[in-house]
Design a protein around this ligand. Structure first.
Ligand code: ADP
Ligand code: MG
Length: 408
């Protein structure tokens, strides 16, 4: 359901247009629906008492007929402004007051589902498979499950299977005995062994080569491992959580991922929604990152301007939360003054382009955007910026003068 930001309400409504009762009833319903909605009531001449009753019932302000258009415009503008401020404040408050789940932020329905799943599985021991695009927070989920489980005082050991060369992965996971291979001067415990008593997080599980998949499956079935070059069976008590952004079903069909391992790992699956499907979360996350990075760089009191907020909301975030985090981190460094702009974020002000009246305005907005961005990228140096923009240096100078962009 859509919650209107501002409502203009004539109190004299049918069935008794001469009485304010129906209007006042609607007023109460609207305020109950969303107490941030700003309701401006319109009353007839000499109905001061009714107007006061309306204010008492939660109306923000009132206007007396005949309504002066200028006054109306002014009042509406102020209403929208106040609503926006109050909503930002509410978002921040919600975030601070424990909508944060083991450090994970999000109030959208798909994230609530994720939090519910974490709550349910944390107290069990079954293996979990976390699926989702890069940057959606898979590792954070794994840590949250660990934190809320019986093994929280044990270690959380993460290994990124795609970051370690195939030849080293086996000994990294299972450890080795002294002399197991050239260069194995000492006995060494593997990550699986270090995770004993805690949680083992196998990131990018789709990248594990087939021979190792067999060994991993044995570990999952028997809760025992052998170090490379070793003969002794070592019992391991660790919870296993795996994650991937690969399509394991496709890998299975293509013969690069073992089906038996898949069914062992994927007893429970948690699907991380991409950020673009989490309505409103980009805003909440951006605010939180802004507070964090601003405090870290002694720039407290920074906030996004309206256009920046809109751009944050409209961007599709292919790199998900990680991209958003980096974008805000950079913007905090770039921002001058108290307001973070679309330019600081290096996002295109798409929605504002749609609001521009003429083609000329739109063209200039895009030109300004690109010139500023390219200049910033080359630290204000004209020659490389012109080259990247595909124009000559004199043309770039002309363009900057036309757009009123100062040379650094
Ligand atoms: N819901 C969230 N709230 C706050 N920060 C998040 C959230 N999801 C992800 N992050 C941050 O985004 C970055 C990427 O998260 P990560 O768990 O490494 O993603 P993935 O493993 O899916 O690539 C990390 O810096 C993490 O702290
Ligand atoms: Mg990751």
């Amino acid at each position: 359901m859509r919650h209107p930001s501002v409502v203009l309400l004539d109190l004299g409504l049918p069935p008794q247009p001469a009485s304010p009762e129906e209007g006042l009833a609607i007023l109460s319903e609207l305020t109950a629906l969303d107490r941030l909605t700003k309701i401006v009531v319109i009353t007839g001449q000499g109905e001061k008492e009714t107007a006061l009753r309306a204010i008492g019932a939660g109306a923000y302000d009132f206007l007396v007929k005949p309504v002066d258009p200028e006054e109306l415009k002014f009042l509406l503008k102020r209403c929208f402004h106040v609503v926006q401020l109050e909503r930002e404040f509410r978002d921040l408050q919600q975030m601070i007051q424990g909508d944060a789940f083991e450090g994970m932020l999000g109030a959208s329905p798909p994230m609530r589902t994720v939090f519910d799943s974490i709550r349910k599985v944390a107290t069990t021991d079954v293996p979990i498979l976390i699926l989702g695009e890069s940057g959606t927070g898979k590792e954070m989920v794994a840590k949250a499950i660990h934190q809320r489980g019986a093994r929280k005082d044990g270690p959380f050991v993460a290994i990124n299977c795609s970051a370690i060369p195939e030849t080293l992965l086996e000994s990294e996971l299972f450890g080795h005995e002294k002399g197991a291979f050239t260069g194995a001067h000492m006995q060494r415990k593997g990550r699986i062994e270090t995770a004993s008593g805690g949680t083992l997080f196998l990131d990018e599980i789709g990248e594990i080569p087939l021979p190792l998949q067999v060994k991993l499956l044995r570990f999952l079935q028997e809760q025992c491992i052998e170090r490379v070059g070793g003969r002794q069976e070592i019992p391991i008590d660790a919870r296993v959580i795996a994650a991937t952004n690969a399509d394991l079903k496709k890998n299975m069909a293509g013969g690069t991922f073992r089906e038996d391992l898949y069914y062992r790992l994927a007893v429970v699956q948690i699907l991380m929604p991409p950020l673009r499907d989490r309505e409103g979360d980009a805003r909440v996350l951006a605010q939180a990152f802004l507070q964090r990075f601003a405090a870290q760089s002694n720039k407290s009191g920074l906030s996004f301007d309206r256009e920046a907020m809109r751009a944050l909301n409209n961007h599709s975030w292919p790199g998900n939360v990680r991209e958003l985090e980096n974008c805000v981190r950079r913007a905090v460094i770039m921002a001058e003054g108290k307001r973070v702009t679309v330019q600081d974020l290096e996002l295109l002000a798409t929605s504002s382009a749609a609001n521009l009246a003429t083609l000329k305005d739109a063209r200039e907005a895009v030109e300004r955007e690109m010139v500023q961005r390219t200049l910033r990228k080359h630290s204000g140096k004209i020659a490389p910026a012109a080259a990247e923009l595909g124009i000559s240096r004199p043309t770039l100078y002309e363009l900057m003068e036309k757009l009123g962009i100062a040379r650094e």
